[in-house]
Design a protein around this ligand. Structure first.
Ligand code: PRP
Ligand code: URA
Length: 211
């Protein structure tokens, strides 16, 4: 389902796995596996528009006039920490991706994002970039990460998250109207602590078993 630049994946497998992810009784091991599996299923859809070229392949029987990927290679950039949980699933589907990292944390009081680390592949400007973070809450972290990538001259960016709040979607579409957002679920709202309602809690803590 798409609305403007926002795509919400309504595939039954994705919806089922997101429901398991939300459950407060889902433990760290299963949570990690689910994040990875959902990212892999989403990667399938996010890459749907990749360009193809015609190729001839010699099968044991005859020449097959068929297609292979033709466009720019891809880089994925997880926002640390929680975005790391999505890397494995993406790499399973797109094994040749290069992986950059942007380290951001949201100040628990001001909810402003702070950048503490960044390492990108040298040839990232020649690649299409998929930015990863399970949670789009106020949108401050994703907006800062997108702004950072744009400052580095990277403009072909897709943002992929698991759960998006309307407030975060509004922030990204205002700050970066050129960016397409892909999410597995669009939730109701943020609470007084800027947590997504109903959401799934703190994604980083649940992936890494902290707190
Ligand atoms: C979480 C999440 C996003 C951010 C979303 O990270 O993974 O990066 O919050 O919130 P926002 O849209 O309001 O900016 P957090 O800052 O908790 O860091 P962590 O991944 O290291 O736990
Ligand atoms: N970060 C999270 O991990 N969860 C939220 O609900 C909001 C920000």
């Amino acid at each position: 389902m798409s609305e403007g630049n926002v795509f919400v994946f309504d595939h039954p497998l994705i919806q089922h796995k997101v429901s398991l992810l939300r459950d407060k009784n889902t433990g760290t091991k299963e949570f990690r596996e689910l994040v990875s599996e959902i990212a892999m299923l989403m990667a399938y859809e996010v890459t749907r528009d990749l360009p193809l070229k015609d190729v001839d392949i010699e099968t044991p029987v005859a020449t097959a006039h068929t297609k292979m990927l033709a466009g720019k290679p891809i880089a994925i950039v997880p926002i640390l920490r929680a975005g790391l949980g999505m890397v494995d699933g993406m790499v399973k589907l797109i094994p040749n991706v290069k992986v950059g990292h942007v380290g951001l944390y949201r100040d628990p009081v001001t909810v402003e994002p702070h950048t503490y680390y960044c390492k990108l592949p040298e040839d990232i400007n020649e690649r299409d970039v998929i930015l990863l973070d399970p949670m789009l809450a106020t949108g401050g972290s994703a907006s800062a990460a997108i702004g950072y990538l744009k400052e580095k001259g990277i403009h072909n960016i897709k943002f992929m998250c698991l759960i998006a709040a309307p407030e975060g979607i509004e922030r990204i579409t205002t700050d970066h109207p050129d960016i397409h957002i892909y999410c597995a679920a669009k939730d109701e709202r943020l609470n007084d602590h800027s947590y997504i309602v109903p959401g799934l809690g703190d994604a980083g803590d649940r992936i890494f078993g902290t707190n």
